[in-house]
Design a protein around this ligand. Structure first.
Ligand code: OGA
Ligand code: MN
Length: 287
């Protein structure tokens, strides 16, 4: 069967079907999915019970693996491949972790609006998140369309953000949660700099790139930068720009980090929530 798309809104989000992702896809289907991603930015696939090898093989059709901080944290994981990010309150032994376990509390940073790996020097392209166990309530994931957000930017904000450069640091969202790091820890992971207004390569449209990872903006004091980021996130995540995904087990959701923000929503941390993610980057030569 061929790829079928049921748009969620006219230009943002689509439910994709017609392909068994476990079977592997060829270059033509890969190109079709990339076209759909260029238009809709978020694709939802239901009933795709991928094992680790199948998830990884599907991922690598779209680019080289982005390791994010995995090479820095070097934590062993419960998967077959090092490149999986564990998005679960489950330990390496498969058991539910205590709600105050360090990796549970630090994963709460995913509940801020962010893009994956914006603090890397490479450009994170797609993330692919696969769900196994979902709590009865809560734990949705929301996505915001940064192209629409740019199109609807009020003129006064538009004047401010044109040509602004921002610095993204991976520990910033955790600092906002109250974690404290030494200067050495901060310096250990170098930040990345990106303009706030960028062009989305897939659609040629401008976007407002405002993930929570921004901790500094050139020419501004830190408090001024913080409030501007808050205001831009508030603008970009108005309901008309947002798709809220209610997970079912075996959903795979893929999104384009170059034109979206996303965040997880609160859930009961004593309930099991088990998802796993891969991310690919643009070919380094194109960044
Ligand atoms: C992620 C992420 C949010 C969630 O996987 O990158 O931010 O709802 N997830 O788990
Ligand atoms: Mn994320």
């Amino acid at each position: 069967m061929a790829l079928q798309l049921a748009p969620i809104t006219e230009n943002f989000g689509a439910v994709a079907s017609g392909i068994d992702l476990r079977a592997g896809i060829d270059a033509d289907v890969t190109a079709e999915i990339e076209d759909a991603m260029d238009k809709y930015a978020v694709l939802v696939w239901h009933d795709q019970p991928l094992d680790d090898d199948q998830h990884m093989a599907f991922t690598l059709n779209f680019g080289p693996l982005d390791m994010g901080l995995l090479n820095v944290t070097k934590k062993p994981n419960r998967f077959k491949h090092e490149g999986f990010v564990d998005i679960a309150n489950v330990g390496i032994d498969g058991k539910l972790m205590a709600r105050d376990a360090k990796s549970v509390t630090s994963s709460i940073a995913n509940q801020f609006w962010h893009t994956d790996s914006s603090f890397m020097q490479t450009v994170a392209k797609y993330s692919l998140l696969s769900a196994r166990v979902i709590p009865d309530a809560g734990g949705d994931t929301e996505f915001a369309d940064l192209r629409a957000a740019y199109d609807e930017l009020p003129d006064d904000l538009g004047d401010i953000v044109t040509d602004l450069m921002a610095e993204h640091h991976p520990l910033h969202s955790r600092i906002l949660l109250g974690n404290v790091y030494t200067e050495e820890q901060m310096a250990n992971i170098p930040p990345a700099k990106w303009p706030i207004v960028r062009t989305h390569p897939g659609s040629g449209r401008e976007i407002l790139f405002t993930p929570i990872h921004i901790h500094k903006i050139d020419g501004m004091s830190d408090p001024e930068a913080r409030m501007l980021v808050d205001e831009l996130i508030e603008h970009s995540t108005q309901p008309q720009f947002v798709y809220r995904h209610k997970w079912r087990p075996n959903d795979l959701v893929m999104w384009d980090n170059r034109c979206t923000l996303h965040r997880g929503r609160r859930f009961d941390l004593t309930a099991r929530r088990d998802l796993r993610r891969t991310t690919v980057m643009e070919e380094p030569s194109t960044t």
